[in-house]
Write a protein that binds this ligand. Structure first.
Ligand SMILES: Cc1cc2nc3c(=O)[nH]c(=O)nc-3n(C[C@H](O)[C@H](O)[C@H](O)COP(=O)(O)OP(=O)(O)OC[C@H]3O[C@@H](n4cnc5c(N)ncnc54)[C@H](O)[C@@H]3O)c2cc1C
Length: 456
């Protein structure tokens, strides 16, 4: 039997996907959002990251397709291009250019507000979901049960389940304290990163033949980098990225100079040919943050937390929206499996979400913890032997297309265990034992062609 009412606080991607997850189990789902939600491509105040590039990992697309099976087609119809991540977006790292091969790893170019619009339009076709304008300032509770939310306007919305999806600056830990519970413990890996980006139009021929963008991200020892990535409707975005406070600047001329110092000079050369379509937008964040809601000893019933309010990651790794999608799926599943698992819903849900978040956080945290001076709090620093293993894996992926595809697929699908199999470990060890032969090109100014390969 359906419960009466669920309230989702926050109407960004985390909230929309949570509402999808709740819609089958409640008579009514109300999303409370403080911003006015307008369809289109413009970023709004409550989600300022909408001006920055957003890529959806294949795992996120797969998860969200459980709610919107034809999302890919809808995005394409809205003017979003698709690209083969490995073949079409040349990528240079500390190990040189990644091999370019045909792969099944497709990504889609869009401005984030457009993706949010498409998801919201699909959600609001459900007859029991609506958006309510307002700003939530606290919870109401009785006998260890959250029974609703209080709005700044003085209004109270009563419900059976409250879902906090208010993002990284969520006040839920404070709301817990107000009700007499502990705050969740937190993990942080701070490598102080910044984005500066500008929407542009690229003239024909600006990008090297056969490519649709270019990625040259920072890495330990080289703290500046950037990206040129396709967006919807014929646009591209140019992005400067800095780590360890090597923040990119906020005006175009300085941004172009900043891109000249990326791991390849091609980024600046291509960006210089672009025609600006927007101002330069900047964004800074201290690092990845994980609130361990799944480990809370005492908690009220009727209240869960999802999306960036649980964990927000260094955006370079493009994990946040996939985690939001997992939040929707985990909520749907926790609501429907009550008969199999007698534990309270918040325990079932937070654990279902944490399975994903723990892997995503380990991947982002491990990579960032190796920047000299990065701050690690609430967890052990990663094991240098593990880093060495993953560095060798990345080096080997430059030589071996099977390893490259396994590495990319495991990263993009959040299946870290695929990289730790006996077989892969043995392959890496054999390569190390053979003296790590380097056969690939490492000329930063020369993009490798697409390799025709015979898979081993
Ligand atoms: C620079 C940058 C780049 C990123 N790039 C990527 C990427 O490439 N790929 C990827 O997957 N992810 C990326 N992310 C992460 C992604 O944006 C988020 O994971 C995603 O938007 C889901 O966040 P959310 O909905 O949980 O929170 P948010 O998007 O922060 O939304 C929170 C919502 O809650 C509302 N709100 C807040 N407080 C209240 C309140 N008290 N009452 C009512 N409403 C409230 C806000 O107005 C807002 O709409 C990036 C993030 C940043 C910062």
């Amino acid at each position: 039997m359906k419960q009466e009412h669920a309230v989702v606080v926050g109407g960004s991607i985390g909230g929309l996907l949570a509402a999808f997850g709740a819609a089958g189990s409640f008579e009514r789902v109300t999303i409370v959002e403080r911003d006015q939600l307008v369809d289109g491509v413009d970023a709004r105040k409550g989600a300022p990251q909408g001006r920055q590039p957003h890529a959806f990992l294949p795992i996120g697309m797969k998860l969200i397709s459980e709610f919107i099976p034809d999302l890919r087609d809808q995005l394409i119809a809205a003017g979003c291009p698709t690209q083969d991540e490995i073949r079409d977006i040349p990528y240079i790292s500390s190990e040189g250019w990644r091999m370019r091969i045909d792969s099944p790893l497709e990504s889609i170019g869009f401005r984030r507000p457009l993706l949010e619009t498409v998801i919201r339009q699909n959600l609001l076709k459900l007859p029991n979901v609506e958006v309510h304008a307002g700003s939530v300032i606290g919870l109401i509770a009785k006998d260890n049960l959250v029974t609703g939310v209080r709005l700044k306007s003085g209004e109270v919305l009563e419900c059976d389940l409250t879902i906090d999806a208010t993002g990284r600056s969520s006040q839920a830990p404070k709301w817990m304290e107000e009700l007499g519970y502990d705050r969740p413990a937190e993990k942080h890996v701070r490598a102080y990163m910044g984005y500066s980006s500008q929407l542009v139009r690229l003239p024909d021929g600006a990008l090297p033949d056969g490519t649709k963008g270019l990625a040259a991200m920072p890495f330990p020892g080289h703290h500046t980098g950037g990206l040129i990535f396709p967006q919807d409707n014929g646009l591209h975005i140019i992005l400067g990225v800095g780590m360890m406070k090597a923040y990119p600047p906020g005006d175009r001329e300085s941004l172009l100079e900043y891109l000249d110092a990326a791991p390849t000079p091609l980024l600046g050369q291509i960006a210089r040919q672009s025609e600006p379509v927007s101002d330069v937008s900047t964004y800074r964040v201290s690092g990845s943050q994980f609130r361990l809601w799944h480990q809370l000893d005492l908690r009220p019933d009727g209240f869960v937390v999802t999306g960036d309010a649980v964990a927000s990651f260094n955006p370079i790794y493009a994990q946040g929206m996939s985690q939001a999608a997992q939040g929707g799926i985990a909520l749907r599943d926790a609501l429907s499996n009550a008969h199999e698992d007698p534990r309270p819903l918040p325990v079932r849900f937070q654990e279902g979400l944490a399975k994903f978040t723990e892997v995503a956080f380990a991947m982002a945290g491990m990579a960032d913890a190796f920047y000299e001076g990065a701050e690690v709090e609430g967890m052990d620093p990663p094991d240098p032997a593990e880093l060495e293993y993953f560095m060798n894996l990345e080096r080997l992926s430059g030589e071996d297309p099977d390893v490259l595809l396994e590495l990319a697929e495991a990263t993009y699908s959040m299946e870290l265990e695929r990289l730790e199999t006996v077989e892969i470990r043995a392959k890496v060890q054999a390569w190390v034992d053979s003296g790590k032969p380097q056969t690939k090109t490492f000329n930063p100014a020369e993009i490798p062609g697409v390799a025709s390969i015979v898979r081993g």
